[in-house]
Write a protein that binds this ligand. Structure first.
Ligand SMILES: [Zn+2]
Length: 79
């Protein structure tokens, strides 16, 4: 059975994410993304699924579980 990776967060602050690669919101940060790991606008009516992509390593993170659900080594970012 494959063990899923999870990112962590700073103690006492579940919004201060720390990626497995060491990226934090104050560094490269995390961006809302689609299932492929490309940044998207999480607007009402979009098909955003609560996923974020790490700007440093491209890991795709489910915001509810902090589980790494994929990785896009070359994510596209919006301007
Ligand atoms: Zn990362």
């Amino acid at each position: 059975m494959e063990t899923k990776e999870h990112i962590t967060h700073e103690a006492g602050n579940d919004e201060a994410w720390v990626c497995i690669c060491g990226n934090m919101p104050s560094d490269g940060g995390f961006y809302p993304c689609d299932e492929k790991g490309n940044e998207m606008e999480p607007v009402v009516g979009s098909d955003w699924n609560g996923l974020y992509v790490c700007a440093d390593c491209g890991r795709i993170i489910d915001q509810k579980t902090l589980e790494v659900v994929g990785q896009n080594p070359n994510p596209k970012f919006l301007d």
